[in-house]
Design a protein around this ligand. Structure first.
Ligand SMILES: Cc1ncc(COP(=O)(O)O)c(C=O)c1O
Length: 395
């Protein structure tokens, strides 16, 4: 794989590409299969109904033209394109040797539990949180300690550092962070991350920081700060998990990576991968490289489109009594409080009215729903219309 993809790759991407309605039936899409043959718009799992960027499609077609798909090692050009991206976007200087390639970020969470925790250890997570944070540890071997995020009156969610400090036991060996945060959409500030870093240092804990949504800050004001950048003095205890998959819509290709600067920790992590974690497939490596090396104009256009979609949701939801939209800094997953509707099963109710949202319960917050708005605006508008009708029928 030669690094022939230019970062700007020519011109700007026209926002109208995101308006295209692309038929996904017959592609075995998990998102669409769930409601196959039903009039329910799938707005749940985090993949986008947008075609990938041209440079990615071209690179994949180019690779498919070679008819052998054997075991493949991550090429230097990919390692370098990731290092360049991290420097450009987050002013993070990494050594390309720190990268460990993985078929998924969730794999990275599970491997971290196996690599850095002993039997009987405690692992901290902060609900509400992406559901795989609840099932990545080795059941019965580690105990999950849940310290809920706190919610400001503004609807922004953040760490409850006092409660977290109090929950630290001598057995607390690791914390799993999600930054930016799914499902609340929070982009954490340097000081917030630093407080967590200091707490982990005081208790000698490993920090696993899932930053899969780092390239999806949509509010135009916030900046994602990698935990390793916010807490440079704690870099040796940090495992950062990232991927091109959410941002460039490659979730089905199985591509992600860990950044581990500490040599001993990297070796422990790689040992825990042995015999369990497969190599990243060749097409995944090609697509990742094309994303980091040539996908920036598309990403910029995507952020604009997502931000427009979020404004549409904001306008609509604020005029529907009983629903309240939390302010979102990052991700394409709107976090909506439906407590006032007093429904037994909020998700099922909206499904019945033609909108397939994720249940807040899955993330640890009953009576909330999560709505994936990475779809053409026309689809989003139809989904919101159905939500309005569903709520109106309650009165
Ligand atoms: C915070 C977070 N981590 C991990 C994942 C899944 O990552 P992967 O498919 O690479 O395992 C998601 C998917 O939505 C996510 O939101």
């Amino acid at each position: 794989m030669k690094d022939t993809i230019s970062p700007s790759n020519g011109s700007q991407v026209d926002l109208s590409v995101f308006d295209s309605l692309i038929e996904r039936a017959h592609t075995c899409s998990m998102k669409w299969e769930k409601y196959k043959d039903q009039d329910i718009i799938p707005m749940w799992v985090a993949d986008m109904d947008f075609a990938v960027a041209e440079p990615i499609q071209q690179a994949l077609v180019g690779r498919v033209g070679h008819p052998i798909y054997g075991y493949t090692v991550p090429p230097d050009a990919l390692r370098q394109s990731i290092a360049d991206h991290l420097k450009r976007e987050f002013n993070w200087d990494i050594d390309t040797d720190w990268l460990v390639f993985l078929p998924g970020v969730v794999t990275g969470l599970a491997v971290s539990c196996r690599a850095f925790c002993e039997d009987g250890d405690d692992v901290m997570v902060n609900p509400p949180i992406y559901h795989h944070f609840y099932d990545s540890h080795e059941n019965k071997r580690q105990k999950l300690v849940k310290v809920p995020l706190k919610r400001f009156d503004t609807g922004r969610w953040t760490y409850d550092i006092e409660a977290m400090r109090s929950a630290c036991t001598p057995k607390m060996s690791m914390i799993m962070l999600c930054s930016p945060h799914n499902p609340t959409g929070t982009v954490f500030e340097a000081e917030e991350l630093k407080q967590v870093g200091d707490m982990c240092a005081a208790n000698d804990m490993t920090i696993v920081s899932d930053e899969i949504h780092c390239d999806l800050v949509i509010d135009g004001q916030s900046t994602h700060i990698p935990t390793a950048v916010a807490c440079p003095e704690q870099a040796d205890r940090i495992i950062t998990l990232m991927s091109a998959s959410k941002t460039w819509n490659l979730a089905g290709l199985n591509t992600s990576f860990a950044v581990i600067s500490n040599t001993k920790k990297r070796a422990q992590f790689e040992t825990a991968c042995q015999s369990i974690v497969p190599l990243v497939p060749p097409l995944a490596l090609v697509a990742s490289h094309a994303a980091y090396a040539g996908g920036e104009p598309w990403r910029q256009a995507l952020l604009q489109y997502l931000s427009q979609n979020y404004k549409i949701i904001d306008q609509e939801i604020s005029s529907i009594p009983g629903l309240s939209l939390e302010p979102l800094q990052a991700t394409y997953l709107a976090w909506i409080d439906a407590t006032e509707l007093r429904l037994d099963n909020t998700q099922a109710y909206f499904e019945k009215h033609g909108v397939g949202v994720s249940s807040g319960e899955q993330f640890g917050q009953p009576h909330y729903i999560r709505l994936n708005f990475a779809c053409p605006a026309s689809v989003l508008n139809e989904g919101l219309k159905r939500i309005r009708t569903a709520v109106e029928q309650l009165s």
